[in-house]
Design a protein around this ligand. Structure first.
Ligand SMILES: [Ca+2]
Ligand SMILES: [Ca+2]
Length: 144
């Protein structure tokens, strides 16, 4: 991965064409969404495999990366219609996806928000539907 995606700058933003920012608060999904909006950004929407790779690189370059287990909120949910996931800010239905096999599973009829999860050996930043109230880190992105 080239250097332009390394995080840099005092504001914690990454450079390059898909500038991610640290939205580094330990937040539930709604808090994460609001915090990104406060930054005039949005919770990350991952629409291509390239962007997924850039996001992963950004997270791994940060001090919030934990090699045992890392979970990061993404900007999608199926709150409006169970089983149909949309990116919250853009309103777009998911095109590219990176769901873990068996997910989304709407576990306990209660999982409606998206995260990317690193939990070796099975989870290599695959997407998971998760309960909104879980407190974890997240990544904001600039709105193109
Ligand atoms: Ca669901
Ligand atoms: Ca799940």
């Amino acid at each position: 991965m080239d250097e332009q995606f390394e995080s840099g700058g005092g504001d914690g933003c990454g450079g390059g064409p898909v500038p991610f920012c640290y939205g580094w608060e330990n937040a539930n999904w709604f808090e994460a969404t609001e915090y990104c909006k406060y930054l005039e950004m949005r919770l990350a929407e991952i629409t291509t495999s390239e962007k997924q790779a850039k996001l992963v690189y950004f997270i791994q370059s940060s001090d919030k990366y934990n090699a045992q287990s890392t979970e990061i909120w993404l900007g999608g949910n199926d709150l409006a219609e169970e089983g149909n996931f949309y990116w919250h800010d853009s309103g777009l239905k998911l095109g590219y996806t990176f769901w873990k096999e068996g997910h989304p599973d709407n576990s306990d009829n209660y999982e409606n928000c998206m995260e990317t999860r690193y939990f070796p050996p099975d989870w290599a930043w695959h997407w998971n539907d998760q309960s909104y109230h879980v407190k974890q880190y997240f990544v904001c992105e600039n709105v193109a």
